[in-house]
Design a protein around this ligand. Sequence first.
Ligand SMILES: *Cc1c(COP(=O)(O)O)cnc(C)c1O
Length: 392
Amino acid sequence: MSLSHGRPYLAIPGPSVMPDRVLAAMHRPAPNIYTGALHEMTETLVPDLKAVAGTRHDVAIYIANGHGTWEASLLNVLSRGDRVLALVSGRFGEGWAEVARALGAEVEVMEFGLDRPADPARIEARLREDREAAIKAVMVVHADTATGVRSDVAAIRAAMDAAGHPALLLADCIASMGCDRFEMDRWGVDVAITASQKGLMTPPGLGFVFFSERAGAARARADMVTPYWDWRPRAAPEQYYQYFGGTAPTHHLYGLRAALDMIAEEGLEQVWTRHARLAAAVWAAVECWGRDGTMRLNVAAPEARSHAVTSIALEAPDADRLRAWCEQEAGLTLGIGLGRMPMEGWFRIGHMGHVNAHMVLGALGVIEAGLAALSIPHGAGGAAAAARALAG
Ligand SMILES: *Cc1c(COP(=O)(O)O)cnc(C)c1O
């Protein structure tokens, strides 16, 4: 007998749960892409996207996942042989650095370990050494989805300024946007990237690249970019077609419209606060379970933890067994370990986007049931600790 029949909960860190409102908005016949309602609706997306990113600058929309925006962000500001400093606190930082190298940049990786955020002091010291300003861009992943590490982007900008260094600051906000506080302009970010399927609650397939005036000026010198990835026509289209470099991603746009409406109705500050509160409940449960057995939060310092995803060690093969139990017996799908995290000894909980208290408490209750059913040693009372955390 399985207790999985009912509404499933896909608690992986992307794609995230899609709201019924988003799904319903997409359920329609193909619209005319040459004129009419779709054009008018698309124009309304732009200011709302910028509001979520905290920018008054430009946004280019791509029919792409996050990997597409990894390339777009680099192609528009770099030339072959340019040096970049890639800050790495997990698999996603590594992945973006590999893309930069494959595109022809000279990549210098600064590793902070898999459980630590980027250290502004080290960045400042390195940039002070770079007197000729050979480093053209600093790349940081705001929240690394593999490790759950969140770096302090504003502090990185402050370190760059303290060093008096002119490099651009590029931030991967694919996991964090619409979950963790992010303020592109106030924090001095030149290029911020995100994708539709995490905090933005829309199916995978849309990528967004926000860019400052300085990044726009770098575009004029950059020699890598190919026509499809050029952000200029997308940010300043003369014809509707140019928004998307071709046919519009019609249904995704309607889904995104509904998702942005939901964020605006809740209020962005409130969205961030909700994620913070739900994340704290997850941490409370895991800390409690970790008092016995091998479970532990990957990131020790709460201020360096993502509010969108929690990455948890649980000695092999128990993480694997637990994930299988939760899915088969209770309809809860948890995330796997990625990159250098051992897959059988790791799991992740996605708590991003369309997630509320009963979903998180349900997920944590199921995990606790799984730990008991599988006789995996753990401290008692995790679900109750989560409930208390939510009670405030
Ligand atoms: C999901 C994610 C990516 C990759 O996005 P895809 O849509 O899978 O290509 C990159 N960076 C971060 C931080 C992510 O969370």
